[in-house]
Design a protein around this ligand. Structure first.
Ligand code: FUL
Length: 470
């Protein structure tokens, strides 16, 4: 008995002073596939098809198949440009609204097989999926449910044709990391609109690609950010209320798409799709309108820097190459990001937290580069401060914070202060953080920085902090 009491006393001692348990998850959380997707941060969109040859943005669906004839398709070049620019995957418009399929889709007569390209034996999805695999980047597929060519469009049969289309695109080219469903829903060749069978489309995607992230206005994998300008909300929750909404015209209101819903019941993070050119498709006349480096950096901060993934469209030209104007800009973009983010000026700082959950959740985890180690407060503590005593005086103008989203998104407001002449001066006051938040400030020179979590739905959980200078 005495032995038993001693063991119980020892157990009690260990539970009081030992490692505290991890915080409970708050609200909906990402699936493992959504978490991996979020960590990709930047992907490339490739709009390519008949419009590349006609100069239209929305093909009519009546274009002759022989219009599609790239003189030198080089998907290896797309993949190597994407990789060099820091993109982790490429999403190709396998079928845009004009209905033309970039692969020999057996349920369509409007495909590469009917075109003169490679005598009808070519397959862009095959070439691109292989090129992505060779470069070690991921392959994704955009398919427009709206189809201006298919004679079944506007009748219930079209849903079956569309399922077969999905099956052939998703079942033959290896792993597909994202299935992009365009929300545009216009009229088909018979002047009718289609009533889409979304549950059937979703179950088809899951059957063939269980880990694919499905994009639409309501997910289920990720959501449209509500504009095509590259701007996610300054407040941006990865939660969304999806009940009662459908992709496209039946989608949630613009502010929900842009900012998420703080009380949303599903994890549907934002994806920001924007083109490097004025249009989605390549046009020679727009070669001098490729976005500037400054604009691309701006977009980076308003997408990746606001808890969103960036899907940057870089449309290949009519030879089937990424235009040198675009690739040169992308390389400048990557070099600028590397220059800005290669040195974390907070490295080596001594951190004092106003509250720490216990062993294993120390604030030093914020600087260890390990995604899965984090600082957290004790249960019931939802406001806290972290003071970073920097290794000497530093000048910075970018502040980066990351919440550990496997436990949900919690923080609703925070401020950052810098110590100036012995006084704390506020340099930023913001709302959400999420997977990643980068705040741009004036250049600040100081040897101490304080982060104040002023609002959180549950004990805050942060896994990374950085100070950078551009
Ligand atoms: C929109 C489409 O209508 C555009 O053509 C483009 O594909 C863009 C990404 O999505 O809904």
């Amino acid at each position: 008995m005495r032995h038993f009491i001693e063991i119980m006393a020892l157990a009690l001692l260990v539970s009081c002073c030992g490692k505290a348990g991890a915080p409970e998850a708050f609200g909906p959380t990402p699936t493992p596939a959504q978490l991996e997707w979020q960590k990709m941060e930047m992907n490339m969109f490739a709009h390519f098809g008949p419009n590349t040859f006609t100069g239209l943005e929305w093909g009519l669906g009546t274009e002759a198949e022989d219009i599609f004839n790239p003189s030198d398709l080089d998907c290896a070049q797309w993949a190597s440009v994407a990789k060099a620019a820091g993109f982790k995957g490429i999403i190709i418009t396998a079928k845009h609204h004009d209905g033309f399929c970039l692969w020999p889709n057996p349920v369509s007569t409007h495909t590469v097989a009917q075109s003169p390209w490679k005598d009808g034996k070519g397959d862009v999805l095959k070439e691109l999926s292989e090129a992505c695999a060779d470069e070690g980047i991921k392959f994704g597929i955009y398919i427009s449910p709206w189809d201006r060519n298919d004679p079944h469009y506007g009748t219930p049969e079209y849903n079956d044709v569309f399922v077969k289309t999905l099956e052939s695109a998703l079942g033959n080219y290896g792993e597909v990391f994202e299935q992009w469903f365009d929300g545009a829903n216009g009229e088909g060749p018979n002047g009718k609109k289609q009533v889409y069978d979304w549950p059937l489309f979703h179950s088809t995607v899951w059957e063939y690609q269980p880990d694919a992230i499905m994009f639409s206005d309501v997910g289920p994998g990720c959501r449209w950010v509500g504009n095509e300008n590259g701007v996610a909300g300054r407040t941006n929750w990865s939660r969304l209320t999806v009940n009662g909404f459908t992709p496209g015209a039946g989608g949630p209101k613009g502010s929900s798409l842009n900012e998420g819903d703080k009380d949303g019941d599903c994890w549907v993070p934002a994806e920001t799709d924007v083109s490097i050119r004025p249009g989605w498709f390549w046009r020679e006349s727009e070669n001098d309108k490729v976005k500037s480096l400054e604009k691309l950096l701006d977009i980076y901060y308003t997408s990746v820097g606001r808890n969103s993934l960036l899907l940057l469209n870089v449309p290949p030209d009519d030879r089937g190459h990424i235009d040198p104007v675009d690739s040169a800009r992308l390389i400048e973009f990557k070099a600028a990001l590397d220059r800005i983010f290669s040195t974390n000026l907070a490295d080596g700082a001594k951190i004092k937290a106003s509250n720490t959950r216990g062993r294993g959740f120390n604030a030093k985890n914020l600087l260890d580069g390990d995604y899965d180690s984090y600082w957290a407060t004790a249960d019931g503590i939802t406001t806290a401060s972290l003071t970073f005593q920097l290794k000497g005086e530093k000048s910075f103008n970018r502040i980066m914070l990351q919440e550990y989203i496997p436990l949900g998104q919690r923080i609703s407001s925070f401020t950052v202060e810098a110590l100036k002449d012995g006084e704390w001066k506020e340099i930023a006051s913001e709302t959400t953080i999420g997977y990643k938040r980068i705040v741009r400030t004036e250049t600040v020179t100081t040897d101490a920085v304080r982060v104040n979590i002023t609002g959180s739905y549950a004990p805050p959980v942060l896994n990374a902090f950085g100070l950078y200078c551009d």
